[in-house]
Design a protein. Sequence first.
Length: 336
Amino acid sequence: MTRPLVLTLGEPAGIGPELTLKAWLGREASGLPPFAVAAGREQLEKVARKLGLAVPFSKVEPEDAQAAFATSLPVLAGSPEIDVEPGKPSPATASVTIGSIDRAVELVRQGRASAVVTNPIAKSVLYQAGFRHPGHTEYLAALSARFWGGAEPRAVMMLWSETLAVVPVTIHVPLRSVPELLTTELIVDTARITDRDMRERFGLAKPRLALSGLNPHAGEGGALGTEDDAVVRPAVEILQAEGVDAVGPLPADTMFHARARANYDVALCMYHDQALIPIKALAFDEGVNVTLGLPFIRTSPDHGTAFDIAGQGVARPDSLIAALKLAGRLTETTES
Ligand SMILES: NC(=O)C1=CN([C@@H]2O[C@H](COP(=O)(O)OP(=O)(O)OC[C@H]3O[C@@H](n4cnc5c(N)ncnc54)[C@H](O)[C@@H]3O)[C@@H](O)[C@H]2O)C=CC1
Ligand SMILES: NCC(=O)COP(=O)(O)O
């Protein structure tokens, strides 16, 4: 029996339900591994009806998902039903959204599922309901400690595609906080986790890491900022001394063109947009968000809830499909 991936509900008023249906419809063409959805069946049926998508459903335990997957979309028994209008999110649904994430992680912990794939959440909606974690990445670290015990691991966000892979060293923080949060220790720690998971999960023998600077022209010798030489460069030196294939600090404006990208496997960037703008510009439809540093595999589409197009039937499932495929691949690499 192949253990299924578990796909979470995500924000129910966003495009997640539509993408889930479309991904299942494209399962054969895309060669998807079996997945089960931790979401209410009636709720997904309503979206399918509205969009005219002919999707049969089955309510299953994870152990039955693989057999059901070829002919129906497996939804996990016991998932709560909620009624939402596409494009009209409400904090009242937050507990169900979060509960779906919890259940997915717990099933992986129990050995009943192989990996977690998350549909996008609307962070602001969850914050209104009192959710205290910036996003999935940080919440999944907290769930790791809850379900695996021990200290909370440091979760590292990586946006991956065949074209480019990027890691933001600081993640969901205001831009003005970045210089004070950026320490040599944080950069080294992030790079070590990236190096380890690129070997163990992605199967690279010696991952090549390129670290960006923080300031224009990587500080221009200190004239345009001091962090590049005082914080990033020492991190690169520590990593190199440990045998990690790391270079930098590189000027961020010239490290993403095609010839530059050929020189590294992952770009470590100092803040969220420095990392995510290039990959979303180059590979928006194929990009996958992967969380490194966790005791389990988690992937997600690179985009968000897209409320502006929810319920219209025009959302593209490509990134979710890429996330499901990558989760399947990483599971195979990790378990072999
Ligand atoms: N992994 C996650 O849970 C993520 C969640 N978000 C959340 O999503 C919400 C909305 O964020 P935005 O900045 O508006 O980004 P977004 O990615 O939801 O939308 C940006 C633009 O891309 C379009 N778009 C996104 N996905 C698409 C798809 N699959 N097919 C066709 N068009 C698509 C949207 O229509 C919109 O015009 C925020 O609350 C944010 O927190 C954002 C990124 C990742
Ligand atoms: N911009 C990326 C993003 O918001 C994804 O965050 P997460 O929910 O995967 O932590």
